[in-house]
Design a protein around this ligand. Structure first.
Ligand code: OXD
Length: 309
């Protein structure tokens, strides 16, 4: 009985070492090794090749190695009876909170603009905003969204949230569902997207949303690239509806060299690095889920197949 790690990014060995350190008794294999396929009970995956899970006949569960599991649902060949688990980890939430705080404060103090001007040897002071004058709207109030809200509030921003679900009591205004979305957007001078990617949310960051934001608003997308309609963002920036955007995630990653985002002065690009699963921190929950599966118990951090996250 064993675990297989399938990743697209060359980090199999780091994950294998973390799982081995946590549970030396459990055999862990990586793609590329001679894998005893019928022994594999759990696949731990990050953007695995679609269809590749079919070759493990005794699989009992699929453990996503990140917070988002959209890439698992993109694999049309996964068995419908298998539980899917995602990562819930305090570092994922706190790293995301720190990153969004850095992007938000950087934009309001014009740091990214000065970096761009530096490349032009251009000395040009600009206006800036104080935190207490700015309302940040957070789309998606899961564990990451709530951590982001807390950190922004702690330094003086006003925060509003939007969700399709119910949330625990929070100390900022929350708008719910399609009916309240416009009111939420009208208040959001900075819009932070932390929604999961599902068929309902694909393309949600579009012209209608940009239109409803205060003129000159800023966008931060740290969730998934296909939530955004790229061309409509470029139009919104060029027409002054939005003043700038920080993008960490893209339809295709790495972002292709000829994508217009690279050259646009109001688009600030980071390479899907806002918050990355830390193998050492995450290994205990993977091993615990593996042992639960073997004992026939329900694993933790189960994903809802109907909701898609
Ligand atoms: C994740 C990510 O989903 O890194 O964890 O994008």
């Amino acid at each position: 009985m064993a675990i297989v790690i399938l990743r697209n990014d060359g980090l199999v060995d780091v994950w294998k070492a973390a799982l081995n350190a946590q549970a030396p008794d459990i055999p862990v294999y990586g793609s590329g090794e001679d894998i005893p396929r019928s022994d594999i009970k759990m696949a731990a995956v990050w953007k695995h090749p679609p269809g590749s899970l079919k070759s493990y006949p005794n699989l009992q569960g699929i453990q996503g190695l990140g917070a988002g599991v959209d890439f698992i649902f993109d694999d049309a060949e996964i068995r419908k009876d298998l539980p899917i688990m995602r990562v819930v980890d305090p570092y994922l939430a706190s790293d995301m909170a720190e990153f969004v705080l850095a992007l938000t404060t950087g934009m309001l103090k014009r740091i990214q603009d000065y970096k761009y001007n530096e490349s032009l040897s251009l000395w040009k002071p600009k206006t800036y905003q104080r935190f207490k004058e700015v309302t940040v709207g957070i789309m998606g109030l899961g564990k990451l969204g709530l951590a982001v809200a807390e950190s922004l509030k702690s330094v003086g921003f006003s925060v509003v949230g939007w969700t399709r679900n119910s949330v625990p009591a929070v100390n900022f205004p929350v708008f719910r569902g399609g009916g309240e979305r416009i009111n939420f957007l009208n208040r959001s001078q900075v819009l932070v997207c932390l929604l999961p990617l599902t068929p309902e949310t694909r393309g949600i960051l579009n012209r209608d949303v940009f239109n409803a934001l205060p003129r000159g608003a800023r966008l931060i997308n740290v969730a998934r690239g296909p939530l955004l309609v790229d061309g409509e963002l470029l139009n919104a920036l060029d027409q002054g509806m939005l003043s700038e955007a920080c993008l960490d995630v893209f339809h295709a990653e790495p972002l292709p060299a000829d994508h217009p985002f690279w050259k646009h002065p109001a688009v600030h690009i980071t390479p899907h690095i806002a918050s990355v699963s830390d193998p050492k921190s995450v290994a205990p929950q993977i091993i615990s889920n593996y042992r639960r599966l073997l004992r026939g118990e329900s694993p933790e951090n189960l994903v809802s197949r109907s909701a898609g996250y």
